[in-house]
Design a protein around this ligand. Structure first.
Ligand code: NAD
Length: 173
């Protein structure tokens, strides 16, 4: 029987740590639903990219891997009621057998809903981290080697660096 996994993240931006997790999941299951959480968020220092832009980033990275045929990417808006989030998730995405996440809230909510959850090892978390990468982007640091080449090219193409710097300013800057 086909086994389908769900991998959820905010992917702000999608980086090589996410990619390493995805490759591990790809060795364990047949199909993967990649869910872009907080899809309604964009244009803030913590969430600079829109749900659609994050979809494009991930598909661009997948195009460079052999996982493309086995993955679908779908956005999911947050809801203000954690207690019904598992039902919300189930109602919005294709059926799945197992969820991969290290996020403590996701782990808790999936466990309470009796959904199988698997954690994955953290890959060089100090550098492969959305927070660290956004900081490097703001401070003109070396960020592009921390994301797949296609993601770096996409961010440059949409003016993502300039946007992040702009939305991180205050009116007195
Ligand atoms: P994220 O992009 O930070 O991380 C995604 C996954 O990748 C996590 O499991 C994380 O541990 C893993 N990861 C990150 N860096 C890694 C590395 N270097 N090596 C290995 N693994 C790494 O996203 P997230 O914060 O986990 O996303 C959860 C999403 O679920 C959020 O958008 C959140 O809003 C959403 N959510 C919403 C509700 C609600 O709407 N009520 C409730 C729970 C969760």
């Amino acid at each position: 029987m086909i086994k389908r996994a769900l991998y959820i993240g905010r992917f702000q931006p999608y980086h090589l740590g996410h990619q390493a997790v995805l490759e591990k999941i790809g060795r364990e299951v047949d199909e993967i639903v990649i869910v872009i959480g907080s899809a309604q968020e964009s244009h803030t220092p913590e969430n600079p990219f829109t749900g659609g832009e994050r979809m494009e980033m991930i598909y661009a990275a997948l195009d460079e891997s052999d996982l493309r045929e086995r993955c679908v990417v779908t956005p999911l808006q947050d809801i203000k009621r954690n207690c019904v989030w598992a039902s919300h998730l189930r109602s919005m995405v294709p059926r799945f057998d197992v969820v991969y996440s290290n996020n403590p809230l996701v782990v808790q909510l999936m466990s309470e809903a009796s959904i199988e959850i698997r954690r994955s090892p953290m890959y060089q978390r100090e550098q492969y981290s959305g927070t660290a990468i956004r900081k490097l982007m703001r401070e003109n640091g070396e960020w592009s080697g921390l994301v797949p080449d296609a993601v770096a090219a996409f961010i440059k193409e949409i003016g993502g660096l300039e946007r992040l710097i702009s939305v991180s300013k205050s009116d007195s800057d």
